[in-house]
Design a protein. Structure first.
Length: 173
């Protein structure tokens, strides 16, 4: 699987990094940080770090063949740009390509409460097939710490990506 991971919500960088850390090693990871969310990370195997200003990076083309893209977390600015088709950086250009190519795109907007404008943008994108998956808690998951809450959220995103995990106990009814 070729997976593009974009982190555009500066206050949620930790969650985005933990998402990346939990991914299986066999997934090709192409990582883009917005200017506001850049932090220092160790380069590991199967990870390619891309500059958000590099609109010529391979992920900006439909012929690259990315299977899926997730923006985790996503700022309202990034959400609005994607909704309006503004492709002024690598994150928004890659998202535009995913929509154009009808490939899976998951957005995890991080701010709340959502304004009417943000909700309209989410509805528009949802109607285009984009999966809107904000970090919302599931209390049935027996969350006891910040770490277990993060594992639950990451596990829910992994479910959407079709990635097997044991990050939380699934609901059994």
């Amino acid at each position: 699987m070729k997976l593009i991971i974009a982190i555009s919500g500066a206050s949620g960088v930790r969650l985005g990094e933990k998402f990346i850390e939990k991914l299986p090693d066999d997934i090709e990871k192409y990582i883009i940080y917005s200017d506001n969310s850049k932090t220092v990370l160790k380069r590991e195997e199967n990870r390619v770090f891309l500059e958000n200003t590099n609109l010529a990076a391979p992920v900006s083309s439909g012929s690259f063949g990315a299977d899926v893209m997730i923006v985790v977390p996503g700022s309202m600015n990034t959400l609005a740009k994607i909704s309006c088709g503004i492709s002024d950086n690598l994150i928004t250009r890659s998202a535009s390509v995913m929509i154009k190519e009808q490939r899976k795109l998951i957005l995890a907007p991080r701010e709340m409460p959502f304004s009417a404008i943000a909700l309209e943008n989410m509805l528009k994108l949802s109607r285009l097939g984009v999966i809107i998956a904000p970090p919302v808690l599931g209390y049935y998951a027996n969350i006891k710490s910040l770490s277990s809450m993060e594992d639950f959220l990451i596990g829910k995103w992994f479910d959407l990506l079709g990635i097997e995990h044991n990050l939380f106990e699934k609901w059994r009814g």
